[in-house]
Design a protein around this ligand. Sequence first.
Ligand SMILES: [Cu+2]
Length: 317
Amino acid sequence: MFSGASNFVEGVDIAFVLILGISAFFLIGLTALMLYFTWKYNKKRNPVATQIHGNNTLEVVWTVIPTILVLVMFWYGYKGWKPMMTPPDDAMEVTAVARMWSWSFEYQNGKTSTTLKLPVDEPVKLNLKAVDVIHSLFIPAFRVKQDMVPNKPDNFMWFTPQKAGIYDLFCTEYCGIRHSYMYTDVEVMSREDFDTWYNDSTDMLLLADTNADPAVVAAMMGKQLVENKGCIACHSLDGSKLVGPSFQGIYGKSETVVTNGKERGITVDDEYIRHSILKPNDDIVKGYASGQMQSYEGQLNNEEIDKIIAFLKTLGN
Ligand SMILES: [Cu+2]
């Protein structure tokens, strides 16, 4: 309560405590009154009932007081909510991408991360992008939550984190079988730490290093893609079966797939992987469900798929 972890905590908590207080007052008050009446007006004490026909004072009192209370609740709720709709112009923009069942965050300089890293005390506007189904981004400590609807224009949230630390970030819209695994961290850090991370270009340096083995570099970048594009939400790297088959030992493997309702044997090679990424539901690996994996058409270009293939080749048995 009132932790101050973001600029919205106070407004939301005031509305919450107020509504909770009013509800508790009436719960306790009405229960006590009810118990008192059952005692005072029971048959032994009050054998003859008194009939009442209308009471204007009472009618007015129990209309006016609840109306005022409801308006007070509305006013505090509105006051806490209104600023959430108006992001400051100088807010740092980050695109939050939600897909079944992972998060990734894309920064303006092209950096991507699976945790949301932010500098403290600076307003941030998250442009919300759901690539498959409806998700919802919830950071309880910051008191912010917003549905993410595919193709919805102007889908955003903003806030200013005010305390360094690590906070939970959840998906709060049931979005399929591994919905409950769709969470990550928000890391709020000092401006210096953030800049160090933001401007870190180790990967670029490695790329520029002419001595580095190109296959190693490609595999390394492929690994990042597999993490950032959320493949590991459905494909493990250690042989365990998730929603999709494990990537362990996948390259060169012989397996049975179902194509147009017919089983056929294939060997996993470059072409098959490329096709599986762009048209995932053409060949369904036997024993797995179709319709789970969405096409990555438009989200991964050919070079990126090459890097993923290079990475998959390194995952022996
Ligand atoms: Cu979700």
